[in-house]
Design a protein around this ligand. Structure first.
Ligand code: IMP
Ligand code: MG
Length: 174
């Protein structure tokens, strides 16, 4: 196994079919409407680029960079906006695109911030979810794959900024 991974958790074929499934749901729900995909960098960019190429609905993209205050692997309950959106979202259909929902604290804060800007609708699409880690009651409107409490990398997800380039999702060897 390359790059110190203990196993491949989700292979490329599974990823591709999951992206197609999510895109089909989004295409159905937003038919005839415009959607603004809001990606949370950096983790979202691989999934988001695949997802949007499977969308038939009219879409545009924008990005935010947020970091949770505090140190280590635990979120603190507040987020710091490092780079804000360049688009005004008032009256628009906003779909947040995330790599993974873990505690849910980041998304909870980001959704509160965006809701205050009065979008026409605000929904969430996440490629992965770790339900057992949840500390906030987050509704994932379009949820890819639920995983166990393991630290995963690849397909945009990193460990110390590494492994994002892997075309599959793997579990790090400790
Ligand atoms: P939350 O606020 O705890 O939900 O944090 C979510 C963020 O933590 C994600 O957007 C990821 O950037 C990061 N994260 C959580 N779990 C993992 C993981 O298993 N691998 C890589 N990044 C993760
Ligand atoms: Mg992230």
């Amino acid at each position: 196994m390359n790059k110190k991974l203990s196993k491949i958790l989700i292979d490329k074929t599974t990823i591709d079919s999951e992206v197609e499934r999510l895109a089909a749901e989004i295409n159905r729900d937003y038919e005839g409407e415009e959607v603004l995909l809001v990606g949370l960098l950096k983790g979202c960019f691989v999934f988001m680029s695949d997802l949007m190429r499977s969308l038939s609905v009219s879409c545009s993209v924008d990005f935010m960079i947020v970091s949770s205050y505090g140190s280590g692997t635990e979120s603190s309950g507040k987020v710091n906006i490092i780079r804000d959106l360049s688009e005004d979202i008032k009256g628009r259909n906003v779909l947040i695109v995330e790599d993974i929902v873990d505690s849910g604290i980041t998304l909870d804060c980001v959704m509160d911030i965006l809701r205050e800007r009065k979008p026409a609708s605000l929904k969430l699409c996440s490629f992965l979810s770790k339900p057992s880690r949840r500390q906030r009651d987050i509704k994932i409107d379009y949820c890819g794959i639920e995983i166990e409490d393991e630290f995963v990398v690849g397909y945009g997800l990193d460990y110390a900024e590494k492994y994002r380039e892997l075309p599959f999702v793997g579990v790090l060897a400790d």
